[in-house]
Design a protein around this ligand. Structure first.
Ligand SMILES: Cc1cc2nc3c(=O)[nH]c(=O)nc-3n(C[C@H](O)[C@H](O)[C@H](O)COP(=O)(O)OP(=O)(O)OC[C@H]3O[C@@H](n4cnc5c(N)ncnc54)[C@H](O)[C@@H]3O)c2cc1C
Length: 389
């Protein structure tokens, strides 16, 4: 079986590693000339870390990451403590890591043999036939594959081959993201994530790169700034103004910001289906979600492991059934996470006036996080293989 993965983001790269681990020939076609992304962090949650452990990459990832855990907290905008953040699974063996995106992509590409990732390949169309799928790239090159995995993000081209066209849903917010050197911040608590909740806005920080850098994300209503751009340089003064009067720690960090980038925040309604006999979707292409649970990439990582286990156990002739199983296994969970991310965004932007009086709110949020973090994508998929056998 030769699998073509379209898109070399976190989802596509992890899928290539997992598929090759399962003995399947997988190649990644990426439109960009080079992999990587401008300065921003990303959190690998316990459910993602578990997958990387199984792929033999846990140590490599931890070596470039910053662990954050106990002591991670929610505040109100003025710095009043609200409660503790859940950052580990029930066993405590898996926790959350903050990574600089470039470091993360570096670890993933080093785990793949040379030539597996083919940059400068922008897919413009595909045709599925009985014998395979023909891929057409903007350069005029065509390639064929037995199966295609669309890991090409929220604006996926592959999606058109498997489902009706839909539009991304604008959240009404944008996110400013960037990195600040930790040694520039006075009396900053190391090793924790912190999230400040205000009216219609929230602000998140966590460490990356062994704690040398602090990643920040400021979520604000979009107003006229809303446009369908994925990442663009942001205005540092506007960012500071958005959080003026907040906790000193927020204002102090923003004083040190030299450069910021901003993202329009979009998700999509859950798809009813995302596979045909030979084509499927993975990550944001399948289930784009808002970032308010820090799960977009982590769900892509779970997808990758699930797909690899199911395809690894399938013969070439039963690949269509394996893709169907993959979709069935992933659809319910990712739909729940998509809607959980929307809910969490509303909670974070509520100012949380009454949270401290409402224990159940914290308890429910913890229960949901544990449901997210305890998930063992490999074990669930293996069980499905046994059941089907
Ligand atoms: C502000 C913010 C904070 C976030 N924080 C977190 C977090 O802490 N934890 C987390 O898990 N998630 C987080 N996310 C979400 C996460 O970034 C995405 O969900 C995740 O990166 C999706 O990965 P992907 O591989 O599916 O898609 P993408 O990362 O979008 O990758 C798609 C790839 O496909 C390529 N591509 C696109 N079209 C084509 C084509 N036609 N031909 C060839 N290649 C193509 C693109 O160039 C890109 O490299 C955050 C998102 C935002 C906006």
């Amino acid at each position: 079986m030769r699998v073509a993965i379209i898109g070399g983001g976190i989802g596509g790269l992890t899928a290539a590693i997992a598929l090759r681990n399962a003995g399947i020939e997988a190649v990644v076609y990426e439109q960009a000339q080079q992999l990587g992304e401008v300065g921003a962090g990303i959190g690998v949650a316990p459910n993602g870390l578990r997958v990387y452990e199984r792929l033999g990459l846990r140590d490599a990832i931890e070596s470039v990451a910053a662990r954050y855990g106990d002591g991670s907290v929610y505040y109100r905008a003025d710095g009043t403590l609200i409660g503790e953040m859940t950052t580990s699974d029930s066993s405590g063996r898996y926790f959350t890591l903050g990574l600089h995106r470039a470091d993360f992509v570096g670890v993933l590409t080093s785990a793949l043999p040379e030539g597996v990732v083919r940059t400068g390949h922008r897919l413009i169309g595909l045709e599925e036939g009985e014998e395979g799928v023909v891929l057409e790239f903007a350069s005029g090159v065509t390639e064929t594959a037995d199966l295609v995995v669309g890991a090409d993000g929220i604006h996926s081209v592959v999606r058109a081959a498997v489902t009706e066209p839909t539009q991304p849903v604008a959240s009404g917010s944008i996110a400013y993201r960037g990195l600040v050197r930790a040694d520039r911040l006075r009396s900053w608590t190391p090793g924790i994530a912190q999230l400040w909740m205000g009216e219609g806005k929230h602000f998140l920080t966590y460490p990356v790169r062994s704690g040398e850098l602090i990643n920040y994300v400021g979520f604000v209503p979009s107003g006229e700034r809303l446009r369908e751009s994925w990442s663009a340089p942001g205005n540092v003064e506007a960012l500071r103004a958005d959080f003026a009067g907040w906790d000193d720690r927020v204002e102090g960090l923003l004083e040190e910001v030299e450069q910021t980038f901003w993202w329009g925040l979009y998700d999509r309604e859950p798809l009813q289906r995302w596979s045909t006999d030979r084509v499927t979707l993975l990550g944001d292409a399948a289930h784009a979600m808002l970032p308010h649970l820090g799960q977009g990439a982590n769900q892509a990582i779970e997808d990758a492991m699930t797909l690899a286990v199911l395809l690894g156990a399938a013969a070439a002739s039963s690949a269509p059934e394996a893709l169907g199983e993959y979709e069935r296994l992933r659809l319910d969970r990712t739909t729940r996470v998509q809607s959980g991310a929307r809910d969490n965004g509303l909670r974070y932007d509520s100012g949380y006036e009454d949270l401290r009086q409402r224990d159940d709110e914290i308890k429910n949020s913890k229960t949901f996080r544990r449901w997210l973090y305890d998930y063992d994508a490999e074990a669930v998929a293996r069980e499905r293989v046994l059941t089907v056998d």
